[in-house]
Design a protein around this ligand. Structure first.
Ligand code: ADP
Ligand code: 5GP
Length: 185
């Protein structure tokens, strides 16, 4: 694998992006995860600076104004963005930098960094996506509804991405991601 490349992982909420990223990071120390800022409150077990930097809406707006974010988007009632500093450390260390972000942000990355590798994670079915979102048990019913509404538009855009990986069996999906990274990076 060559280094200093951005890898964007996108897919509907609940498809298993976080689960895949955690497994990839354990297996591949050459990957650097970009930690985003968000105005969403922490879920149970989430740690500030590790899962996200949790910030107020006014702090987020300040970061946007100051040009500190590479990309940002609103998602299901909250703001999310990638700070330049989150990429910098990985790039300076010559690592592959992984961004786990939604569709609008992925489009902004494509415009700024056309050489970034962009991968879309698909669910095996709509029913399974809904089941996973609910079984995670960490979002309110209204948040789940907002996420499912957004999921339809996201899935329709999967063809914009360089690669699509179906997360049915986790191990098979991981192998699929690993082979894309081995060939492309
Ligand atoms: P995302 O980060 O895309 O929102 P998560 O990684 O939080 O999704 O996964 C949503 C739920 O689906 C979690 O409960 C997770 O354990 C489960 N999950 C993830 N991948 C699979 C899979 N391949 N098969 C079954 N369940 C999965
Ligand atoms: P969650 O609230 O489930 O952690 O994330 C909601 C959505 O926001 C997911 O699709 C996730 O990929 C996306 N997301 C997380 N960080 C960022 C970011 O920095 N920028 C953008 N555009 N989306 C993000």
């Amino acid at each position: 694998m060559k280094s200093g490349k951005l890898i964007v992982l996108t897919g509907p909420s609940g498809v298993g992006k976080g689960t895949l990223v955690r497994s990839l990071l354990m297996r591949h120390p050459e990957l650097h995860l970009s930690v985003s800022v968000t105005t969403r409150g922490p879920r149970q077990g989430e740690i500030d600076g590790q899962h996200y930097y949790f910030v107020s809406r006014s702090r987020f707006e300040e970061m946007v104004e100051a040009g500190e974010l590479v990309e940002w988007a609103e998602f299901a009632g909250n703001f999310y963005g990638t700070p330049y500093f989150a990429l910098q450390r990985g790039i300076e260390a010559g690592k592959l930098v992984l961004l786990e972000i939604e569709l609008e942000g992925a489009r902004q990355i494509r415009d700024k960094f056309p050489e970034a590798l962009r991968i879309f994670i698909l669910p095996p079915s709509w029913e399974e996506l809904e089941r996973r979102l609910r079984s995670r048990g960490l979002d309110s019913e209204s948040a789940i509804t907002r996420r499912l509404l957004r999921a339809k538009a996201e899935i329709e855009a999967a063809g914009e991405f360089d690669f699509q990986v179906i997360n049915d069996d986790l191990e098979v999906a991981l192998k699929g991601l690993e082979s894309v990274l081995t060939v492309e990076c």
